[in-house]
Design a protein around this ligand. Structure first.
Ligand code: ACO
Length: 328
């Protein structure tokens, strides 16, 4: 038994933050941002929008699309780097809004979070004890970005995307192979220093701006390409599939140059690579499912297509998954 995506849904804030607006705010240009990242605009949560409200909107659409009711969901997992609160976990808020009483937990694996959820949900479905697992990548990264830091404020955006995972039939569809990893020697490359047990929040940490995301962009870039390529190759090898057989490559949407460089090394052309970061920027755990859902929605993904997902993120984590596309 394999898990396949039975339904999907997305939610993004209405408010668009364009490169032109950022030009007026920090020392940058539209030209620099487009050339160095590929990003043209991102969505920013309004005052009443949070990680949980975006997750609920995406999940409601995914449940409807899967043709089930909330009481048929047996487990809820939310991948996020921007939880609703430190305590309780975001799943508690989302489960309550959806009317769920099943188990729920948050999963922290940075931008690789969706692939981690796919593997976790799929493995639990394989026990035969669950009917459907709801997985949601949801982020409000605008709440942890220093608006004055031009190295990060141009990159990140807010959004959510959800998928209902259900057991496949005997048609060979679903999750075929995967690879997960984390190199914890690189924790300092992408981090929020304050607010945890190591450095509790204090007036001093706030004065130092340590509540904000800090990133060593060049080093993250270098490692990201390597992580995506190595992890994707491992996954394809495990499935016995050549990259030429992959119909669609759905990478984490961080920087178009990372995507092009990884796709190039994998031998996957741009026409078979899903890219939507020009409209959303980097939405961390929401980025892969947002790209996947858009491609499924507009008909690019066809039944039985081989779809390769690959992400990397803070940790540094990485994760790849190969799916044979199709609903149960
Ligand atoms: N506008 C104009 N100039 C800028 C900007 C900006 N917004 N940001 C940096 N610069 C300057 C730098 O200060 C530097 O100037 P200098 O040469 O005078 O020192 C110059 O541009 C080049 O800077 P680099 O850091 O070398 O630029 P690079 O080409 O590496 O692009 C970027 C920076 C876009 C951050 C890139 O390194 C990147 O995308 N890294 C990966 C980031 C990423 O993927 N993060 C998330 C991964 S995990 C997750 O998604 C949570």
């Amino acid at each position: 038994m394999r898990a396949c995506v039975a339904g999907w849904g997305t939610a993004v804030p209405e408010r668009r933050l364009t490169n032109a607006e950022l030009e007026a705010r920090v020392d940058t240009t539209d030209e620099w941002i487009v050339e160095r990242t590929g990003i043209r605009e991102r969505r920013i949560a309004g005052p009443s929008e949070t990680t949980a409200t975006l997750a609920v909107e995406a999940a409601t659409a995914a449940i409807k699309h899967a043709g089930i009711t909330p009481d048929e969901i047996d487990l809820l997992i939310i991948a996020t780097a921007t939880p609703e609160q430190p305590i309780p976990h975001t799943g508690a808020f989302v489960g309550e809004a959806l009317g769920l009483r099943c188990g729920s937990f948050d999963l922290a694996a940075g931008c690789a979070g969706f692939v981690y959820m796919l593997v976790t949900g799929s493995s639990l479905l394989a026990t035969g004890d669950l009917r459907n697992v709801l997985v949601i990548g949801s982020e409000t990264l605008s709440r942890i970005i220093d608006p004055a830091d031009r190295a990060t404020c141009i990159l990140f955006g807010d959004g959510a995307a959800a998928a209902v995972l259900s057991p496949s039939g005997d048609d060979g569809r679903g999750l075929l192979a995967w690879d997960l990893g984390c190199d914890g020697s690189a924790t300092g490359l992408l981090e929020i220093r304050a607010g945890g047990s190591r450095l509790p929040a204090s007036p001093q940490t706030i004065a130092n701006g340590e509540q904000y995301l800090k990133m060593s962009g060049q080093e993250v870039f270098r490692r990201a390409v390597r992580a995506v390529v190595d992890s994707a190759v491992t996954t394809l090898d495990r499935a016995g599939v050549a990259s030429s057989e992959v119909a669609w490559f759905v990478p984490h949407q961080a920087n178009v140059r990372i995507i092009d460089s990884a796709a190039n090394r994998l031998g996957i052309p741009r026409e078979r690579t899903i890219v939507n970061l020009e409209r959303y920027g980097n939405t961390s755990a929401a980025s892969i499912p947002l790209a996947l859902a858009e491609a499924a929605e507009d008909g690019r993904l066809r039944a039985d297509d081989l779809v390769l997902l690959s992400g990397f993120g803070a940790g540094m984590t990485w994760g790849s998954a190969l799916l044979r596309w199709g609903t149960p």
